[in-house]
Design a protein around this ligand. Structure first.
Ligand code: NAD
Length: 256
């Protein structure tokens, strides 16, 4: 991961939920490819330190902007700040998401709304915030972090989460059509089980059980997801829109 590329040189990329976990991995891969990286997150403590560490390690502009993807005001302010600082918004990786487990009976209206707003309504909010800039540039790359959970698989106690991650693909396909004539592509990466602080919080038992189910016999890394995101975020992916890429070490393949 230390060799430098240049596939995003001169491009400005916003990565939401990138103070830690998958988002941080995406930001690191983009920084290695010489992008100006915007760490957008609700957590200022980890957000600032992540931005500083990435800037130091890769020698590119990496800045933290505090932003809540569930808020139109906050997301619009983020987009304004990024344009003021870098002049453009070339890439949006909308990755922020939450996955608090709850059985169907434990899932209150409040919890359902919180998960669906953070994981799905935020797609509308974030794309609305950057669409104007991307359309005026006649260039944009939007990539969502969906999941295998929902579009392909299910897990007990994740009905809200599965619904949100399947829903984002429905949003993605229609947005891809709407934005195609403006030079803006919209795609999604579907991670399997990736080692992040959020995943570690699910417990060692969960992680061991998932590892046993994966043909490659390892959990994924945030950089595994970053590399897939990089393809969709690149200039070379100009003719690819409305598509999904599963990155899961083969987890969804076995018949039984
Ligand atoms: N870890 C996995 O195995 C896995 C698998 C499939 C999909 N995903 C998805 O990947 C994404 C990242 O997951 P992770 O495991 O890295 O999670 P994580 O909990 O480790 O990190 C999530 C980050 O998002 C930020 N965030 C949360 N709510 C936010 C908001 N309203 N506005 C801005 N930032 C916010 C958090 O502060 C945190 O920094 C999520 O969308 C998740 O659903 C994760």
């Amino acid at each position: 991961m230390n060799a430098t590329g240049g596939r995003l040189a001169g491009r400005t990329a916003i990565v939401t939920g990138s103070a830690q976990g998958i988002g941080r991995g995406i930001a690191e891969v983009f920084a290695r490819e010489r992008a100006n990286v915007v760490i957008a997150d609700i957590n200022p403590t980890t957000g600032h330190s992540t931005a500083t560490e990435i800037a130091d390690r890769f020698g590119v502009p990496a800045v933290f902007f505090e932003a809540d993807v569930t808020s139109r005001t906050s997301s619009a302010a983020l987009a304004r700040s990024v344009r003021d600082r870098f002049g453009r918004i070339d890439v949006l990786c909308h990755n922020a998401g939450i996955y608090p487990p709850a059985s169907i009976e434990e899932t209150t209206d409040e919890l359902w709304d919180r998960v669906l707003t953070t994981n799905l309504k935020s797609a509308l909010i974030m794309v609305s915030a950057v669409a104007g800039a991307m359309k005026s540039q006649k260039y944009g790359r939007i990539v969502f972090t969906s999941s295998i959970t929902g579009p392909i698989t299910g897990i007990a106690r994740y009905t809200h989460y599965g619904a949100s991650k399947a829903g984002i693909l429905g949003f993605m396909r229609s947005a891809a059509i709407e934005l195609a004539e403006h030079g803006v592509t919209v795609n999604a990466v579907l991670p399997g089980n990736i080692v992040t602080p959020g995943m570690v919080a699910q417990g060692a038992e969960y992680m061991d059980a998932q590892t046993r189910r994966i043909p490659m016999r390892r959990l994924g890394t945030p950089q595994d997801i970053g590399h897939a995101m990089l393809f969709f975020a690149s200039e070379e992916a100009e003719y690819v829109t409305g598509q999904t890429l599963v990155v899961d070490g083969g987890q969804v393949l076995p018949e039984a």
